[in-house]
Write a protein that binds this ligand. Structure first.
Ligand code: HQG
Length: 178
């Protein structure tokens, strides 16, 4: 049940708020009251306590609440245009990207692209990257020379849940892990 609600929340807060008539501001925040009301109006019974529980227990901490708990947003993963307002951050020397083996030739030729999302998502460790890649097929992990990119002027951001974000990764900064 909570997985289903979490998927619903990811869908409306990342991809299609209009599907339930929800408004996101430029930084991706929705009013918690409005979310609860519009979820109910679209046939999903969701009360505040359940919502707060799902936010607190989300395995990847996918959702962020404002300090006063009146607003909520997805920490990352948006396809709708938002400016999360994250400050540029210095990345660790290496980051990882998990993908499926069928994408490798294209990625090593063209680099990592954000595809349908606003930014490329990078993991700080290989096990996380394997899990991300497994969503798409047989997982392959790419190592990203994050310090080289940073030195060359590419900006990195860290989402509220620790996921690293950058606009794109040119192929020369990528290598396949064994
Ligand atoms: C691939 C999940 C061919 C890219 C995860 C990926 C993450 C290319 C796919 C978050 C390519 C896009 C994001 C190129 C990139 N040619 N394929 N040039 N450049 N790709 O789902 O990173 O559970 O949009 O490798 O844990 O898999 O939803 O991105 O395979 O943190 O919270 O195009 O979503 O989090 O797929 O996942 P996605 P992602 P949640």
């Amino acid at each position: 049940m909570s997985v289903e609600i979490s998927k619903f929340l990811s869908f409306v807060l990342r991809h299609d708020p209009a599907s339930i008539g929800l408004h996101l501001d430029e930084q991706g925040w929705a009013s918690v009251d409005e979310l609860l009301a519009k979820a109910g109006a679209s046939g999903r019974q969701l009360d505040r306590e359940t919502l707060l529980n799902i936010v607190a227990n989300s395995d990847k901490q996918r959702f962020t609440l404002s300090v006063d708990q009146t607003r909520i947003r997805a920490a990352q993963g948006h396809s709708v245009k938002v400016d999360l307002g994250l400050a540029p951050a210095v990345p660790p020397p290496r980051l990882f990207h998990g993908t499926a083996d069928r994408f490798i030739d294209s990625i090593l030729r063209d680099g990592l692209r954000a595809q349908s999302r606003q930014q490329v998502h990078l993991s700080h460790d290989e096990p996380t990257a394997i899990a991300v890649g497994s969503r798409h097929g047989r997982p392959v992990v790419l190592s990203v020379d994050a310090s080289g990119m940073h030195r060359d002027g590419y900006a990195f951001y860290q989402a509220d849940n620790g996921v690293w974000l950058t606009n794109a990764v040119p192929a020369q900064y990528l290598s396949r892990t064994p």
